[in-house]
Ligand binder design. Structure first.
Ligand code: NAD
Length: 365
């Protein structure tokens, strides 16, 4: 079914409140999950809600937790997410970093123990909106590995995302935001739920043979995701594991660490004020000229135009704001079952999904 982003936000908001989240926080979690759907990343949108609510019931996600500053040394901050919602503790940790970067020109934020941070690009956009460059190195722990190292048959890491966002004056930021696996794990689940295959080169079965069948990740013996770009993606995933996991989080995927069946992200973020490194006019002139030069490349057959990282998400957002967000039947059923598990009846959820006061609907940007 297609559902309007505003109604979908209300559904998620109400489920989070019933699961013990304070209303303002629930609204933020709901908005950021739906924002991932709007930006075309269903894998990191409301599809994750059943996992979040289950993790609350297991004590793995603390719905009222906020980020805590552990220590500050000069421009460096250590922040503990204390297994709060990533959509709450992530932006809070970034906000602490932005304050330091505003003062000193640079900030390094080590965020540990955040429950799933969702779309990392949201935090890149948070920095870019304030004129700062940011780089985010993230690892994923708390459950068994899913991605095989280049040349290996068995998984050893998770999908370790990397993000770099750069503000562009008078325009939209450059936002490179990606899993280091060939596709995000959530996209394998989306493909399974929709009865689709995944792209070539994304998966191997448990014997190491390439396959496009998403079911190999949800049956035993389990297969593995592959990295993007072969050894190069594997190398970047390792850097995220070391900087995000070992340095910021003190918790990598190595087997002596706990795997209680949750999703924890550790993230090392570098926030930089571009003005401290040189001529800010020249920097922006060069960016704009370079982006125009890239876009002037004639597209190959089957491609409409050369795009800049971050642009596909903005195109998806515009389209989905108008057309609605497609939620497949399996995902909707699991959202309804999740609502039921927190004492919201199917009738109540259907009513929220369909009858939100239209006068409160935000204008389409
Ligand atoms: P993707 O492959 O769809 O896009 C990756 C990047 O490439 C984006 O910056 C996008 O703007 C850019 N891009 C896509 N098509 C392009 C084109 N034609 N021209 C130029 N640039 C283009 O993203 P993904 O790797 O599937 O990741 C999806 C999301 O999953 C991300 O938001 C990521 O942060 C998130 N993620 C989160 C976790 C976690 O543990 N929290 C783990 C993995 C991934």
């Amino acid at each position: 079914m297609f559902i309007d982003h505003y109604h979908l936000t209300e559904v998620v908001n109400q489920i989070c409140i019933n699961a013990g989240t304070k209303p303002g926080d629930a609204q933020q979690v709901a908005s950021l999950l739906v924002e991932a759907n709007l930006k075309g990343h269903d894998s990191h949108g409301v599809q994750m809600l059943p996992v979040y609510i289950y993790n609350i019931s297991q004590g793995h996600l603390k719905p009222q937790q906020h980020a805590e500053l552990v220590s500050r040394t000069g421009s460096s901050l250590i922040v503990d997410g204390l297994t709060g919602y990533g959509q709450i503790v992530g932006p809070e940790a970034i906000e602490m970093g932005l304050e330091v970067a505003a003062e000193l020109g640079v900030a390094i934020v080590a965020l540990k123990n955040a429950h799933h941070l969702g779309r990392i690009g949201g935090m890149g956009e948070q920095c870019a909106a304030r004129g700062f460059i940011s780089m985010h190195y993230v690892n994923v722990v708390g459950h068994p590995p899913l991605v095989a190292p280049f040349g290996g048959k068995q998984p050893r890491m998770v999908t370790n995302p990397y993000c770099c966002a750069i503000p562009v004056s008078g325009g939209d930021p450059i936002v490179l935001d990606m899993a280091t696996s060939a596709i995000a794990h959530g996209k394998v689940r989306v493909a399974l739920n929709r009865g689709d295959r995944v792209p070539d080169g994304s998966l191997i079965d448990h014997e190491g043979n390439e396959t496009t069948d998403p079911a190999v990740m949800f049956s035993q013996p389990m297969g593995a995701l592959s990295h993007f770009g072969k050894h190069k993606g594997y190398g970047l995933a390792l850097i995220c594991e070391i900087l995000g996991g070992a340095l910021a989080g003190g918790w990598t995927s190595q087997p002596e660490n706990p795997r209680p069946g949750t999703i924890i992200n550790n993230m090392l973020t570098v926030i930089l004020n571009p003005d401290i490194l040189g001529d800010k006019e020249l920097f922006q002139t060069e960016i704009r000229a370079m982006l125009a030069y890239l876009k002037s490349s004639p597209p190959v057959a089957g491609v409409d135009a050369v795009l800049i990282p971050g642009e596909p998400e903005r195109i998806a957002r515009k389209q989905r704001q108008t057309e609605g967000i497609y939620i497949d039947d399996n995902t909707w059923s699991s959202i309804v079952a999740t609502a039921n598990s927190v004492q919201l009846s199917t009738e109540q959820i259907n009513e929220i999904a369909n009858t939100v006061d239209e006068r409160r609907r935000p204008p389409i940007e």
